[in-house]
Design a protein around this ligand. Structure first.
Ligand code: XIL
Length: 312
């Protein structure tokens, strides 16, 4: 059997998956994780509601499990994430400006310091923009602290871990348009002013047929700012039940995304948002869509597997 991780390694690209450590008890899940991937991102257990459920009370146990698993199986850990408007415990949402700034800086500092030297990168800020390119209005950080919270989070992360790569991560960023233009402008500004930023994550939650034609061009323009790029959360959802035709189109899409990453020198790799259609966030969020990953619900490799092998 071919190994995506081995092919990726030969091509100088990480092949990652979003891990739910609870699923490692599932033998097939564990087997594919062990043989097919060389990077993990925690699907949920490094998010704020898990790591700091109460003010100043940190709970790193589940995240430590992910890191230990990665170290035992020779995989990199991509840190996801430090500051996001979702997966936030209620206490964060009731703070005044000074208290929220202190809480955010404390959270970033403590979490980045805890896994210092054991993660290769952090999504320091996740999803700060709306699709129209404006700052997201439904973020408590945006509402209470204003635009400057993003820069503050990056500076705080750098102080806590001087060596880790610091990334901005978002969705609907894969093509050139108002949202990616706004993020591009922010990254350019950060680079010009010496605000520490090393990488941009393009999530890649795509509908079948949705790989933009300008993906490479878009990745290249970010790379030209002096940052690495990465596809961080790839899944390609299809209407369910999935038809054979859609699964073939999905395979083309997976192949196109991996090929795009190989074409761009500063693209470090591709992470899929899970392993198997048995466990995916998609059906819970997109009604009547699903089956977005490389292995089906019975752990059989889908056409997407061959397409990724071909691309790598
Ligand atoms: C999702 C997880 O997959 C779900 O299990 C959870 O209920 C919600 O979050 N963008 C991100 C990820 O950055 O953290 C999200 O993960 C998917 C969208």
């Amino acid at each position: 059997e071919q190994s995506l991780a081995a092919l990726g390694k030969a091509a100088g690209r990480d092949v990652g998956f979003a891990i739910d450590p609870v699923r490692l008890g599932d033998q097939e899940y564990a087997r594919i994780a062990a043989t097919q991937y060389d990077l993990v991102a925690a699907e949920n257990v490094m998010k704020w509601e898990t790591t700091e459920p109460d003010d100043g009370r940190f709970e790193f146990g589940p995240g430590d499990d992910v890191v230990r698993y990665a170290e035992a199986t020779d995989k990199k850990v991509y840190g996801h994430n430090l500051v996001w408007h979702e997966a936030l415990p209620a206490w964060v949402k009731s703070l005044d400006e000074d208290a929220l700034r202190t809480a955010m800086e404390d959270h970033v500092r403590t979490q980045a310091a805890h896994w210092r030297g054991r993660v290769i990168a952090w999504d320091v800020v996740n999803e700060a923009f709306d699709d129209d390119g404006s700052r997201r209005g439904d973020s408590v950080f945006q509402q209470v602290l204003g635009d400057g919270y993003v820069e503050d989070a990056f500076r705080t992360a750098r102080a806590a871990d001087p060596d880790v790569d610091l990334c901005y991560n978002d969705y609907n960023l894969e093509w050139i348009g108002p949202k990616s233009d706004a993020v591009y402008a922010m990254v350019a500004d950060f680079r010009a002013r010496g605000v520490p930023i090393d990488c941009v994550g393009f999530q890649g939650h795509l509908p079948v047929g949705g790989v933009p034609g300008d993906l490479v061009e878009n990745l290249e323009r970010f790379a030209a700012l002096g940052v690495d790029v990465r596809i961080t959360e790839l899944d390609v959802r299809v209407p369910t039940p999935a038809s054979d035709g859609d699964l073939r189109r999905q395979a083309d899409d997976f192949g196109a995304v991996f090929s795009a990453c190989l074409e761009v020198e500063r693209c470090r790799g591709v992470t899929t948002w899970g392993i198997t259609d048995r466990y995916s966030w998609v059906p819970s969020v997109f009604p009547d869509e699903g089956a977005p990953l490389i292995w089906d619900a019975a752990y059989r490799p889908k056409p997407a597997f061959d397409a990724v092998v071909e691309a790598l």
